[in-house]
Design a protein around this ligand. Structure first.
Ligand code: FAD
Length: 476
């Protein structure tokens, strides 16, 4: 028997049900990764993630080799590529772990029914989220729209299955089919190399994911509940890009936090698991509402008078808004491919409610620039901030970018890291340089409008305008 093992967003060997089952069946295994066309909606999401994917595939190929195997790279529509590989190798089975984004589901369904009809064995497995979207149901048998009962159902439905160990040796075929050269896929940026800072913060691949998890458990998890909102502090896991490419399974992350309660407070463990469950909740929403990144969940928002303001959008994208916490966040995103969750909420609120720009513009920008861009979490989170989503924050909860900065970055350490032109500002004015006296600005070497922008909108007025627009919607 020969099985094609189709890797997708599960670029790991551990806790990989499809791989383990193929090996257990005694089949020769041909691991394959297919670069699917962007138009199918299943391809790499954005440029930052393409950078990640390149490194991750290199890491996967290396660890497959260590296990006596290899990785075949092919490009094109998945059905055509698999057909060609079946013809070339005589494979009689195709195994994969399931994905839950609607375009991916559509592609997989069509392939499964076609190959099965032709007599091939097609098997798919769970493992990309803690609990599959169809598994958790409300008391009435429907799907969830609200997080808290979803969490209760998830928590009450038992632990996710124990992670499956890495197979010791992966049986090879007698001969290997041709593979593309990864470099021919041009996933890395050329000039300018905007991703040069990413590698200082991340090590894509399964080993990097494992190291990140261990470091977080060692130094970050204790205090997570209290300190996870402080962007200058190391109290979040930064596992999101690894989870987005499936370099570690959420079940493995969950299980790694078991049995730690002797030295880590239970409240931190539970809060961390609750955040992992938000990822599941986002997939639950996407699965049941496939247009999550395109359409308002709450159609009342369809009439919202968004502003067409490309100049303001660009200032937001470049971190030139004159609000230091917003600028620090947008620059962290650009320089590292990642942004702290609290600051994601602040920057998103600023785009939507201070600039009155459609949340879909922000969703698109994040999709292109985040190394953890995820079709479910990104869309669900943008709709959450906009107030248009399922179980969203109410629209009228408008973040004040100055007081948010003062609360969550009181010493300005995060600002000083990403907005170096404000490095010498005293704490008192680091979040509101436009209110600083001239002497303070001069001493800090800041010239507003020259070395650092003046605020592009007045938050108080912008807030009033946003509320007026919201109250103008029918039914408010
Ligand atoms: P931790 O705090 O260590 O949490 C552990 C894991 O739980 C994360 O890796 C992530 O998988 C999951 N998680 C945590 N918070 C959330 C959340 N609110 N929603 C869903 N899952 C969560 N997350 C993405 O993975 N991809 C995205 O594209 C994305 N876009 C976002 C856009 C906006 C506007 C906002 C407000 C949030 C977005 N998030 C997204 C959610 C969240 O910001 C990130 O998951 C988190 O910051 C990742 O950092 P971490 O791994 O250190 O998180």
């Amino acid at each position: 028997r020969t099985v094609l093992l189709w890797f997708r967003k599960d670029l790991r060997l551990s806790d990989h049900a499809a791989l383990a089952t193929a090996v257990d069946a005694g089949a020769a295994v041909i691991p394959v990764y297919i670069l699917e066309p962007r138009e199918t909606g299943t391809g790499p999401l954005g440029a930052a993630q393409e950078w990640w994917l390149h490194q991750s595939l290199e890491a996967l190929a290396a660890s497959l080799k260590e296990h006596g195997s290899d990785l075949v790279l092919r490009r094109g529509p998945a059905a055509e590529v698999l057909d060609a590989l079946i013809a070339e190798t005589g494979a009689d089975g195709v195994f994969w772990n399931r994905r839950y984004d609607p375009p991916g589901i559509a592609v997989d369904k069509a392939i499964k029914s076609d190959l099965t009809a032709r007599g091939l064995t097609v098997r798919s497995f769970a493992g990309q989220i803690l609990h599959e979207p169809t598994k958790l149901k409300t008391g009435a048998g429907g799907h969830f729209r609200v997080y808290t009962p979803f969490w209760k159902a998830l928590d009450g439905s038992g632990e996710p299955p124990e992670p499956i160990p890495v197979p010791k040796r992966i049986p090879s075929p007698a001969s290997w089919p041709k593979t593309d050269a990864l470099s021919d896929w041009s996933l890395l940026p050329t000039r300018p190399n905007w991703a040069k800072g990413f590698a200082d913060h991340f090590q894509p691949g399964e080993a990097g994911a494992q190291a990140r998890l261990e470091a977080f458990i060692e130094t970050g998890l204790k205090g997570y509940r209290e300190r996870r909102d402080f962007p200058a502090e190391p109290h979040v896991s930064m596992l999101s890009p690894h989870l987005a490419q499936g370099e570690i399974s959420p079940a493995s992350v969950w299980h790694a936090t078991r049995g730690l309660d002797a030295h880590i407070p239970m409240e931190d463990l539970i809060h961390f698991r609750k955040e992992l469950a938000w990822r599941d909740f986002s997939y639950h929403l996407l699965f049941h509402f496939p247009c999550l990144s395109e359409r308002n969940w709450n159609p009342k928002f369809d009439a919202f008078p968004w502003r067409d303001a490309p100049d303001l959008l660009e200032k937001w994208q470049r971190g030139q808004t004159g609000y230091p916490i917003v600028d620090a966040g947008m620059r962290q995103l650009w320089q590292t491919g990642w942004m702290h969750n609290r600051v994601r909420m602040i920057t998103a609120s600023f785009l939507i409610k201070d600039l009155l720009i459609d949340w879909r513009e922000g969703e698109r920008w994040f999709r292109d620039t985040l190394v953890d861009a995820d079709p479910a979490s990104n869309a669900a989170s943008w709709q959450w901030v906009a107030g248009s989503g399922a179980d969203a924050a109410p629209f009228f909860r408008i973040f004040n970018p100055v007081s948010q900065g003062e609360k969550f970055d009181p010493e300005g350490a995060y600002i000083r890291r990403f907005v170096p032109e404000l490095k010498a500002m005293p704490n008192k004015f680091i979040h509101k340089p436009s209110e600083a006296p001239l002497t303070a600005l001069r001493d800090a070497g800041v010239s507003l409008g020259k070395t650092y922008p003046l605020p592009i909108v007045d938050h108080g007025k912008a807030r009033d305008a946003a509320m007026a627009a919201f109250h103008g919607l029918r039914g408010e």
